[in-house]
Design a protein around this ligand. Structure first.
Ligand code: SAM
Ligand code: SF4
Ligand code: F3S
Length: 456
C-alpha cells in the first residue's frame, strides 16, 4: 500500500464488456486496487477512477465503449477533485495510444497483459495536471500472469480459474489472437494449488478458463495436459467443475475419458462449431470438417450419453451460400444442441477474412440469422422439455432481476432454473447453496419448480 500513497482512500468503478476472460480480469483489477488502498465506488459517476475493460470481438462492442466513456465528460467531477478514466482489455491492447484519437477524455490505456501496472499508471494520472495517456503494453511490462494478482470474486461460491492466456489458432474472422497474444499456459502445480485454496475458501464451482483449454500445457510441456489437469482439479474436493472454451480440433479421447471419469465435471460441454459447412469451416481456418465434428459428438455421447452440448455459430461469413447455411441448420439439428450463441459475422480489421469480398446482401444474412435463431430456440425448448418432471440439482446464484420472490441458479447441465423462495426462508439462506428442484415447468430459456428437501 505504501508504494502508492496517492491512491489510498480513492474510489474506483469498473465496467466490463466481453467474455469471461474480461470478467475475470476485472476481478483481478478490483483485487489489485483494493490491495493498494482504494475502495469500490457505488457508481461510475461518483468514482475517482473509472475503469473500462473492453472487448473488440465484434464491431458493436467497440461502439458501445465510445458512447459510455464520452458520456462521463458531462458527469460532475468527484469529491477528490479529478476523475481519471482508464481503458483496459482488448480495445486498449489493439489501439494503444491511438485510442485517444477516438476518445479524447481517456487518461490511461493499459493492455491485456499489463494489469499489474495499473496502480502505477493511476498514480501518475492523478498526479498530472492535464489528461495524458499512459500506455502500458505487453513488451515492456509483461512479467507475470495477471492470475498472480489478488482477485475479488463477484460470487463467493463460484470462481473463474484461468489456466492459460492467448490463442494460437488464428481463425480467419477472429481478433482474439491479436489482442490476447500467443497461447501461454500456467504451471499445472500452481493451478492445482489455487484450486485447493478456492475449495478451502468455500468455493463450490470452478470454471477453468482459456481460449482453447484443450491445448492447455502445450506451450510449457510440449504436449497438452488438459486431461490430467481436469482429473487433478476434480480431485481437490471441488463439487462442480466446468471449463471453457474447447476447440473441437484439440478435444482428445483422453480429455473425453477424464470428463467421463471425474465426478465433479459437470455434464455440459460448450464446443463452438461456427458453421456446419466444411467449405466455410476451411475458409474460417477451423481445421476440422463437418464430419470430424459429428464424429467427435458421437464419441462424446458414447462416453457421456446425458451430456448437454452448447455451441457458437457465425452466420454470414463472407461468401457463405444458402447451401452452406442449410448445412449449418442441419448440423445443429442433428447434434440437438441444448443452447447456442449465434452471431452475425462482423468484419474485424487486421484479420485474414477482412479481405474476402462478400456479395451477399445484408438482408439475406439477417433473414438467415432469424431462421437460425428460431431453430436454436426450438432445440432449447425440446432439450428443456426432456427434463420436465425430473429433479434438477441447482447451485443457487441469487434473486431473479424481475421478481424478488424467485431465486435463480444453474443446473448441472447449465440450464437456468427458477424457483420460489420456500416459506420461512430468505434469499440469503439459499445463495451459494445446492438445492433440488422438482421441475414442473420447462420453457425455452429456463426450468422452474419448487425446492424439495433442504439446501446443502
Ligand atoms: N476461443 C473460443 C472458441 O473458439 O470457442 C471463442 C472465443 S470468441 C470470444 C467467442 C465467439 O465469438 C466465437 O466462438 C465466435 O463464434 C464469435 N466471433 C469471434 N469473432 C467473430 C466475428 N468477427 N464476427 C462474429 N462473431 C465472432
Ligand atoms: Fe478466436 Fe479461434 Fe482463438 Fe477462439 S480459437 S479465440 S475463435 S482464433
Ligand atoms: Fe472480447 Fe477480448 Fe474476450 S475481444 S471476447 S474480451 S478476449
Amino acid at each position: 500500500m505504501a508504494d502508492f500513497p496517492v491512491l489510498v482512500g480513492k474510489t474506483y468503478s469498473i465496467k466490463t464488456f466481453g467474455c469471461q476472460m474480461n470478467l475475470h480480469d476485472s476481478e483481478r483489477v478490483s483485487g489489485l486496487l483494493d490491495s493498494v488502498g482504494m475502495n469500490e465506488a457505488s457508481s461510475m459517476e461518483e468514482a475517482d477512477a473509472d475503469i473500462f475493460m473492453t472487448c473488440c470481438v465484434r464491431e458493436k462492442a467497440d461502439t458501445r465503449l465510445y458512447g459510455q466513456v464520452s458520456s462521463l465528460v458531462s458527469a460532475p467531477i468527484p469529491a477528490a477533485g479529478k476523475r481519471v478514466v482508464a481503458v483496459g482489455g482488448c480495445i486498449a491492447q489493439r489501439d494503444g495510444e491511438n485510442l485517444r484519437n477516438n476518445i479524447p477524455n481517456v487518461d490511461v490505456v493499459f493492455g491485456t497483459q499489463a494489469i499489474q501496472n495499473l496502480p502505477h499508471l493511476l498514480t501518475e494520472a492523478f498526479g498530472s495536471e492535464s489528461h495524458t495517456t499512459l500506455y502500458a503494453d505487453t513488451e515492456e511490462t509483461y512479467k507475470n500472469f495477471s492470475t498472480d494478482l489478488p482477485s475479488n470474486r463477484v460470487q463467493s461460491f463460484h470462481a473463474w480459474l484461468p489456466i492459460m492466456t492467448g490463442c494460437n489458432n488464428f481463425c480467419s474472422y477472429c481478433i482474439v489472437p491479436y489482442v490476447r497474444g500467443r497461447e501461454n499456459s500456467r504451471d499445472i502445480e500452481d493451478i492445482v494449488i489455487e484450486a485447493e485454496h478456492l475449495v478451502h475458501d468455500g468455493v463450490r464451482e470452478i470454471t477453468l478458463l482459456g481460449q482453447n483449454v484443450n491445448s492447455y500445457g502445450r506451450s510449457i510441456y510440449g504436449e497438452p495436459r488438459f486431461a490430467e489437469l481436469l482429473r487433478r482439479v476434480g480431485n481437490t474436493g471441488i463439487e462442480r467443475l466446468r471449463f471453457t472454451s474447447s476447440h473441437p480440433k484439440d478435444l482428445s479421447t483422453q480429455t473425453i475419458a477424464a470428463m467421463a471419469e471425474t465426478p465433479a465435471v459437470m455434464p455440459h460441454l460448450h464446443l463452438a462449431v461456427q458453421s456446419g459447412s466444411t467449405n466455410v469451416l476451411r475458409k474460417m481456418n477451423r481445421r476440422y470438417t463437418r464430419e470430424d465434428y459429428l464424429r467427435l459428438v458421437d464419441n462424446i455421447r458414447a462416453s457421456m450419453p446425458d451430456i448437454a452440448l452448447s455451441t457458437d455459430i457465425i452466420v454470414g461469413f463472407p461468401g457463405e451460400t444458402e447451401e452452406d447455411f442449410k448445412q449449418t441448420l442441419s448440423l445443429i439439428e442433428e447434434v440437438g444442441f441444448s443452447s447456442a450463441f449465434t452471431f452475425i459475422y462482423s468484419k474485424r480489421p487486421g484479420t485474414p477474412a477482412e479481405k474476402i469480398i462478400d456479395p451477399t446482401p445484408h438482408e439475406v444474412i439477417q433473414e438467415r440469422f432469424e431462421r437460425l435463431a428460431q431453430l436454436v430456440s426450438d432445440l432449447s425448448y425440446k432439450s428443456n422439455q426432456a427434463d420436465l418432471h425430473t429433479v434438477a440439482e441447482v447451485l443457487v446464484e441469487g434473486l431473479s432481476k424481475s421478481d424478488e420472490t424467485i431465486m435463480v441458479g444453474h443446473s448441472r447441465k447449465n440450464q437456468t432454473v427458477h424457483f420460489p423462495i420456500p416459506e420461512k426462508m430468505i434469499a440469503q439462506d439459499l445463495i451459494g447453496k445446492i438445492v433440488d428442484i422438482q421441475v414442473d415447468e420447462a420453457r425455452t430459456w429456463y426450468l422452474r419448480g419448487p425446492m424439495i428437501g433442504d439446501p446443502r
